[in-house]
Design a protein around this ligand. Structure first.
Ligand SMILES: [Zn+2]
Length: 395
């Protein structure tokens, strides 16, 4: 089987500038699939293949690259001497400006591989929207099942700068609805999110903060200062109120979103920093939106009670996360029309089934409609600033 070697073009270009004879890197090898991903240094997100040694050897332009294979036995002998052990598998990448060849020493065989350079920077610049998004910074507070999905979609879209806040770790109870699997048990949600971002966009800059924002509001505030957008998908009103205070003081457009328990649906509120009279999250709480469902109930129902009613709970995150992500992208590129889904409403609600909360909302929006509420669609409301709001009312 032919073996394909994937290299990052930028890494090779960088290596050309360095005057070293031979450079040791790392590769990840999927033998049965005939694929190697080679790196000049250990990547921040290690692929899952078997790690192998990769030698990068700059080749004199006078010599034909075809001669490379003849050098392999000498390289192997030097290598075995260096490492003081037999290296039975390694990859050697010979390169000069514009040319590159790779040979895999696989036990007793030397096989020439097919080299595929990945032009990451060029790819990013090929799409105008990605060029815009690459320079945008988003602060994400809360990387549970909802926040992680928002984060993943923003990374795929090409957002280039992230600050991630969550002090929670992945555990067994979250596996049924979080996108991470068992291999990440015990790890910080921020770390796995960072890896996921770098998988989609290796040029992204990601800072992670495993801190309680209630105890460390100053750290969050500092990160939000230069943010283009803030997304809050935490599981408590206390933390939402904290994010709200910072968003208000820095005048940053911020989205607050959550998925409701027992497959009820989800709700989203956006604080519009560009509107002088926009309601803040505290106004929303005071006027009865963002339902006063007990946060303890919300958490216990999804983490402790693995009953049949929670089966398929992961599906409930999709409509909410895609709505939130589209809204953020539309805001970042300052073109709501291209997405054509951004509601003009500040507050939006998605219901999977009828409930009293939803019925009340429906009656508020359609006071003269006595038909049953329609589920599985977004309902929006424009809210006014609450004059008695303890956060923004006084100012
Ligand atoms: Zn307010």
């Amino acid at each position: 089987m032919e073996t394909n070697v994937y290299l990052q073009q930028q890494q090779l270009s960088d290596l050309l500038q360095i005057n070293s004879f031979i450079h040791k890197g790392v590769g990840f090898y999927w033998g049965k699939e005939g694929v190697i991903h080679a790196f000049t240094q250990f990547p921040e997100t290690a692929p899952s293949g078997k790690p192998i040694l990769v030698l990068f050897k700059k080749h004199p332009p006078s010599e034909a690259l075809e001669e490379c294979v003849k050098q392999m036995p000498q390289i192997e002998s030097d290598l075995n001497e260096d490492e003081n052990m037999s290296v039975s598998q390694f990859l050697c990448v010979f390169f000069q400006s514009g040319e590159c060849k790779a040979f895999l020493k696989n036990y007793n065989q030397i096989v020439e591989c097919l080299v595929k350079a990945i032009p990451i920077e060029e790819q990013l610049q090929s799409l105008p929207i990605k060029t815009i998004l690459q320079n945008k910074k988003v602060v994400l507070v809360g990387l549970g099942a909802l926040g992680f999905r928002v984060c993943k979609d923003l990374a795929c879209a090409g957002v280039g700068q992230f600050s991630l806040f969550d002090f929670d770790r992945l555990n067994q109870s979250s596996i049924s609805y979080h996108l991470n699997g068992w291999k990440d048990f015990g790890r910080f949600k921020t770390s796995t999110a960072k890896e996921m971002i770098l998988m989609s966009n290796p040029a992204a800059r990601v800072n992670t903060f495993e801190v309680d924002i209630l105890a460390n509001p100053d750290i969050l505030e500092e990160e939000c200062r230069h943010a283009d957008f803030i997304s809050c998908t935490t599981a408590s009103h206390l933390s939402r109120v904290q994010v709200n205070a910072i968003a208000l003081s820095l005048r940053k457009t911020t989205v607050f979103a959550r998925v409701l328990r027992q497959h009820a649906g989800g709700e989203v509120f956006r604080f519009r920093a560009d509107k002088s009279n926009a309601p803040c999250f505290a106004c929303v709480l005071c006027t009865g939106r963002f339902f006063q469902e007990s946060d303890e109930d919300l958490l216990s129902s999804i983490t402790q009670n693995h009953s049949l009613s929670d089966a398929g709970f992961q599906f409930e995150f999709t409509p909410i996360s895609s709505f939130v992500t589209r809204g953020i992208i539309a805001n970042l590129v300052n073109n709501e029309e291209i997405y054509n889904v951004e509601p003009s409403h500040d507050y939006a609600f998605w219901a999977n089934k009828e409930s009293q909360n939803f019925q009340n909302l429906w009656n508020l929006i359609y006071p003269n409609d006595d038909t049953s509420p329609q589920t599985l669609r977004w309902l929006g409301l424009n809210l006014a600033k609450f004059q008695g709001c303890p956060v923004c009312g006084a100012s």
